[in-house]
Design a protein around this ligand. Structure first.
Ligand SMILES: [Fe+2]
Length: 197
């Protein structure tokens, strides 16, 4: 395994979590549905904890958490774009529309976050010694939460859109009701939505 690129992945993971905190803070101000507010408040808390976990990981790998890399710049830029999109949507004056933009922004941010952690999990399997130990510990702590963040919010984005179309929506979405934590579970929940109406 190329250690330089593993370091880059850890830095990008940290930057993604830092951006995630900002994305959730603004998304929460766009949320209308009280269940969604509750869900995102929990995810914000967990994401703040993820920042700490990746900082600890940096320490274990002797990496300076403030080191700037070209990849981090891109991750930060992408988060800034999501924040800008939510601000624009809020200015639009339609709270239901802004809530959808917020849900889509969270899904975009969490897609990168989810992949980072999947890759860190893969790296943990191949790494050796202290690096393997630190990667495994961090991965085990966040894995389930990352699955929830992505799959549940994807369900919210879909159902909020369906609601906006004037069609019967399942709110909270089946992914949340069924406590989905895997891609297969998410596919099943999506398929079962019609039975939940
Ligand atoms: Fe996270």
């Amino acid at each position: 395994m190329k250690s330089e690129q593993l370091n880059e992945l850890v830095y990008e993971a940290l930057e993604t979590e830092l951006g995630g905190v900002k994305v959730y803070e603004l998304a929460l101000s766009c949320a209308v549905n009280p269940d969604l507010k509750e869900e995102w408040s929990e995810y914000l808390k967990q994401t703040k904890r993820h920042v700490e976990i990746v900082r600890e990981l940096c320490e274990a790998l002797s990496l300076d958490p403030d080191e700037e890399t070209p990849g981090r710049k891109i991750v930060r830029h992408n988060a800034d774009c999501l924040l800008e999109a939510m601000r624009l949507a809020k200015q639009g004056g339609d709270p239901a529309a802004a809530e959808i933009v917020a849900a889509e922004s969270v899904v975009t941010a969490e897609t990168k976050d989810h992949q980072n952690w999947e890759l860190l999990g893969e790296a943990a399997k191949k790494a050796k010694g202290e690096t393997a130990r630190a990667l495994k510990k961090a991965h085990e702590e966040v894995e389930d939460e990352e699955d929830e963040h992505l799959y549940h919010t994807t369900g919210w984005a879909r159902e909020l859109w369906i609601q906006s179309l004037g069609l019967p929506a399942v709110l909270p979405p089946p992914e949340e009701e069924k406590d989905v934590k895997t891609a297969i579970g998410a596919a099943r929940a999506k398929q079962a939505r019609s039975e939940m109406l």
